[in-house]
Design a protein around this ligand. Structure first.
Ligand SMILES: NC(=O)c1ccc[n+]([C@@H]2O[C@H](COP(=O)([O-])OP(=O)(O)OC[C@H]3O[C@@H](n4cnc5c(N)ncnc54)[C@H](OP(=O)(O)O)[C@@H]3O)[C@@H](O)[C@H]2O)c1
Length: 320
């Protein structure tokens, strides 16, 4: 089968499209024929090791341990191991696995859910990581409540477009922060208010938010804190390296007992959350926003495009 592989850390130039052995499912694995994948900053970090911690997090210190990339996929179950209970050959699935930039991959069944019936494979592959990050960040870490004022910084990217829609579903009044060209997109997915970050710095205004979800961009942690209501919560999902490190190092210290909380979200692979997202998608309550589509042989180009930091929604790889 064809797969994207890499044997050293580096830019997308180190990626190769190779003919490799088709994987065989173990007793507790499902073999998926992958129809579509999507690219995430997660893939970028494992490709480049730009965040040094990757080398300690199972990535391999000097070179990648696992030569495969690609977390988000959708496809059809081709075979199942003897302990598999939830899926059978012919089922269409989506999920967050390893080695998704390939024609086939094996995965544990708890990493997968049935594909929303009304979505194409490309649309379904756009969901798992970005949708889970937005859901877990807003609902589990941010404790979003109806009527709350929620601000999403970086509202026009993969995570942000899900965050706007999910915050609205939880009944929040949503302010989306993005650049001029994406204001209309933010409104079209449900944002009540939009702020153009090229013209206005929301942390300098006198408006305060019950929940700020930082998907992208950068503001000092103290500025975010100032923009919160007295019991407001800040959740960092991603953004510039400075944003990530400040939230990781200083977040707890800057949180107040009984007052403002400064936290973050690290997306977990949750089958329950995939099933929850599937329901929302099938009901048309959440719609994946897809920016560009690439083929498997164009994966390096797709990652380069993502790496520029201005994707409008998700970037998808069509495999067949
Ligand atoms: N915590 C987790 O578990 C987790 C999971 C997934 C992703 N992440 C992280 O979350 C972040 C976002 O991921 P993503 O997939 O949404 O990335 P993405 O799709 O590449 O985000 C691109 C978007 O970010 C916007 N943006 C760029 N600079 C901005 C700024 N200064 N202010 C506001 N928006 C800005 C761009 O809009 P313009 O073109 O309008 O500038 C573009 O629409 C990444 O850092 C990623 O590593 C974390």
């Amino acid at each position: 089968m064809k797969a994207i592989v890499y044997t050293k850390y580096g830019s997308p130039d180190v990626l190769e499209l190779k003919e490799v052995e088709k994987p065989i499912p173990k007793d507790d694995e499902v073999l998926i024929k992958i129809y579509a994948a999507s690219v995430n900053a997660y893939d970028w970090h494992f490709l480049t090791a730009d965040i040094f911690l990757i080398r300690f997090m199972g990535g391999g210190f000097f070179k990648p341990k696992d030569h495969r990339l690609g977390a988000d996929v959708s496809g059809r179950v081709e075979a199942v191991g003897k302990n598999i209970k939830q899926f059978k050959p012919g089922d269409d699935v989506f999920g967050m696995i390893r080695g998704g930039f390939a024609e086939y991959a094996c995965a544990a069944e708890n990493l997968l859910a049935l594909k929303p019936y009304n979505l194409s494979f490309e649309e379904a592959a756009a969901v798992p990581m970005a949708g889970s990050t937005a859901l877990q960040g807003l609902r589990d870490e941010g404790k979003v409540q109806p009527g709350q004022k929620v601000l999403i910084n970086g509202a026009s990217g993969g995570v942000g477009t899900f965050a706007v829609q999910i915050a609205k579903l939880f009944g929040a009044e949503v302010t989306a922060v993005c650049s001029t060209r994406n204001l209309e997109q933010a409104r079209s997915i449900g944002a009540d208010h939009v702020i153009d970050y090229t013209k206005e710095n929301f942390t300098k205004s006198d408006k305060h938010y019950d929940l700020i979800f930082a998907a992208n961009g950068y503001h000092p942690l103290s500025d975010y804190k100032r923009a919160l209501t007295p019991k407001g919560i800040y959740i960092m999902a991603g953004g510039s390296k400075a944003q990530i490190f400040q939230a990781m190092l200083m977040g707890k210290l800057m949180s107040e007992k009984g007052g403002r909380k400064m936290g973050g979200v690290s997306a977990k692979r949750s089958q329950k959350d995939l099933a929850f997202l599937k329901e929302l998608l099938e009901a048309g309550k959440v719609v994946p926003v897809i920016d560009r589509r690439f083929t498997l042989s164009e994966t390096a180009e797709a990652l380069r495009y993502l790496g520029e930091g201005h994707a409008r929604g998700k970037v998808v790889i069509t495999i067949v």
